[in-house]
Design a protein around this ligand. Structure first.
Ligand code: S3P
Length: 172
């Protein structure tokens, strides 16, 4: 595994990017960064409040600035917000010097997970069903398909997901 390359976790909300990313970084002795957290640091606002006060367009431009900064780093584990790689520039930058790992999960499982932390996720509405999640997932599939490797997290604990990722990275 190239130690200088960033490991970039992409995938839909609720697929475990942050929980897995922190553990993966610890296992590899790498620094962990999360694009949402970095956006919150520079703006001084929670993601939800950026959407509420300034709208999604503002969030996406803050997110793009953070991606530019983090993609230039070396040997990081980066957890990205679920919509970040829809922006082609973000995707190009992250892929240039990074291995893209897409975390996946079944819509019912995603719904269960995001419902627990719905208040932090402005795109998740109270009345959302697994069907709605599936529709959003389908819209985004072509972007997530740019990943170098994929792990289904539906029935796995974070540490098991980390093991799977490490195994796949070592097989490359
Ligand atoms: C978003 C995902 C969120 C956050 C924002 C928008 C998306 O991050 O960036 O609410 O468009 O999918 P997580 O994937 O970490 O929940």
């Amino acid at each position: 595994m190239d130690k200088k390359k960033n490991i970039v976790l992409i995938g839909f909300m609720g697929t475990g990017k942050t929980a897995v990313g922190t553990r993966l970084a610890a296992r590899l002795g790498r620094e962990f960064v999360d694009t949402d957290k970095e956006v919150e640091k520079v703006t001084g606002l929670a993601v939800r409040d950026i959407f509420l006060k300034h709208g999604q367009t503002r969030f996406r431009s803050e997110e793009a600035l953070i991606v530019q900064k983090l993609a230039a780093g070396k040997g990081l584990v980066i957890a990205t917000g679920g919509g970040s790689i829809i922006n082609p520039e973000n995707l190009t930058l992250l892929k240039e010097d990074g291995i893209l790992v897409c975390l996946q999960a079944e819509p019912e499982e995603i719904l269960r997970r995001v419902n627990k932390k719905r208040h932090t996720r402005p795109l998740i509405k109270k009345s959302m069903t697994a069907e709605d999640i599936l529709e959003l997932l389908r819209e985004r599939q072509e972007y997530y398909d740019n990943a170098d490797l994929f792990v289904d997290t539906s029935r796995l604990e974070p540490d098991e997901i980390v093991n799977k990722i490490l195994q796949k990275l070592n097989e490359r």
